[in-house]
Design a protein around this ligand. Structure first.
Ligand code: NAD
Length: 470
């Protein structure tokens, strides 16, 4: 069985204790990952702090190193994708795309300017705003896109001149540990430390005095704990949390034209995507046609082991998620819903679940009101568009949404009424790009990642003013 190591001070460090990593396609333990000890955590923090001054000092060098990091990630893409699929379950092609996106993020931030802003340039006086690196950044990530979401933090944090400690989810530690090993070949020692461990390690990281910032992606309940820990120590935290993202179809939509895009926006990565479509609001007159089109696609999707050619959806991450999704569907059915599942589910022992379309549902049941984070999509009828917009906007979440129509201007006017971080028109998640800010409103998060705005979150502002010419 494979054993993986952490990266601390550029070295490969094994654990004194290990924890098991399960292949979700087989349900079997296939590897061991290190449980970072308190002494190893202190060593990793110390290493990041020691590397900070030199790393922050040379802007040009940082940009070159990030470009080299992108090349190193791409050079290792195939084995890294295999590891990602083995621990997370997603089809190999999706793992490869995720790793390619990590290189794209590194290249984007390598070229992004972080120049001082001149805010006064008078005859007698001058003022500029500088963006200073914060110090050590602690990054904590979830299991759904371990490499991409780690890179949303690594690329801007390092670009801004910070050094880092990354802790991946205990469900998917291996690809991040491997990423740490790959990047140790191009980054100076201590600039990126990658440690692994179970959930208490996350709490130990947020309570540690060294980091000057916490960047967290995960659930709302854990995000709240992270926010409290950061507030206690008066340090900033960016929190990227859950969503219950609505898609609103307007009454001029042609169901056959939108069904495929809508389906994959909901079911890609088995719905285990923070910005997946999680509920669909459909005009009464189009309801049956939309539902039938989605059911038809669900019936022909190939579910299976992500390593097999042609598989489009792998297993869910673990038995807990599988039980949760099944429980939400069962609860909806108890409340009068009709659940129609695709026919191609396989397993056990793997954690497979056929994509499931749920009709005859409305707001007020858990599948509609909560984030399902799995392959079960409620289709909700509406009679009045204003009412649909109000229901879509209701609740504690505010991550992303989409509006679908043959009239983009009409769709745009509806988009402006929704209280969430991103709204796509005739697509969903269409604005998840390295140069556009991503972040949730309400309980879906605090702060943004990506673009110049995400880069700024890894800095503090400093004004230097004085006589002209200084
Ligand atoms: P989670 O909150 O259970 O875990 C996330 C990370 O936090 C893991 O690394 C975990 O070990 C760590 N952790 C656990 N307890 C901790 C503590 N007390 N202090 C600090 N860290 C701790 O989330 P998950 O189940 O891994 O991921 C699924 C959730 O993530 C979903 O709700 C999803 O919507 C959300 N998510 C959000 C985004 C976004 O960008 N908004 C992206 C992906 C996933």
């Amino acid at each position: 069985m494979s054993e993986f190591g952490m990266t601390i001070e550029g070295d490969h460090v094994i654990g004194h204790r290990m924890f098991e990593v399960v292949d979700p396609a087989t349900g079997e333990v296939f590897a061991q990952a290190p449980e970072c000890s308190p002494a190893q955590l202190d060593a990793a923090m110390h290493s990041a702090l020691s590397a900070f001054t030199d790393w922050a000092a040379d802007d040009d060098r940082r940009r070159e190193v990030l470009d080299s990091a992108a090349a190193a990630v791409l050079a290792a893409a195939d084995p890294l994708a295999e590891l990602l699929t083995a621990e997370q379950g997603k089809p190999l092609a999706d793992s490869r795309r995720e790793i390619a996106s990590a290189a794209l993020w590194l290249r984007y931030f390598a070229q992004l300017e972080l120049a001082p802003e001149i805010v006064r340039n008078g005859k007698h006086s001058h003022a500029r705003i500088y963006r200073r690196a914060l110090g050590v950044v602690a990054a904590i990530t979830p299991w759904n896109f371990p490499i991409a979401l780690a890179m949303w933090k690594i690329a801007p944090a390092l670009r801004a001149g910070n050094t880092m400690l990354l802790k991946p989810s205990p469900c998917t530690p291996l690809s991040s540990l491997e990423l740490g090993r790959i990047l140790a070949g191009v980054l100076p020692a201590g600039v990126l430390n990658v440690v692994s461990g179970t959930d208490p390690l996350g709490a130990a990281i947020t309570a540690h005095p060294t980091p000057r910032k916490i960047s967290f992606t995960g659930s709302i309940s854990t995000g709240r704990l992270v926010g409290v820990a950061a507030a206690q120590a008066l340090k900033p935290a960016t929190l990227e949390l859950g969503g219950n993202d609505p898609a609103i179809l307007l009454d001029d939509v042609v169901p056959a034209e939108v069904a495929e895009a809508l389906f994959w926006a909901a079911f890609g990565n088995n719905g285990q995507t923070c910005f997946a479509v999680k509920r669909v609001y459909v005009p009464d007159a189009l309801h049956d046609e939309v539902a039938d089109a989605l059911i038809e696609i669900a019936g022909r999707v190939r579910v299976g082991d992500g390593r097999q050619p042609g598989v489009q959806l792998g297993p869910l991450i673990n038995g807990h998620q599988l039980d949760r999704v099944r429980g939400l569907v069962a609860d909806a059915v108890r409340h009068g819903a009709t659940a129609t599942a695709g026919k191609q589910a396989v397993g056990p022992p793997g954690f497979f679940c056929a994509p499931t379309i749920v009709t005859d549902v409305t707001d007020g049941i858990r599948l509609v009101d909560d984030e399902q984070f799995g392959p079960a999509l409620p289709i909700i009828r509406y009679h009045d568009l204003d009412d649909a917009v109000a229901r879509a906007d209701n609740g504690r979440y505010g991550l992303t949404a989409s509006v679908w129509s043959g009239d983009p201007e009409w769709a745009h006017s509806i988009a402006t009424r929704l209280d969430c971080g991103q709204v796509s028109i005739n697509a969903h998640g269409g604005a998840v790009r390295p140069h556009l800010p991503f972040g949730g409103h309400k309980y879906s998060g605090i702060g943004v990642e990506n673009g110049i705005w995400g880069l700024h979150e890894f800095t503090s502002m400093q004004v230097i003013s004085g006589p002209s010419g200084t």
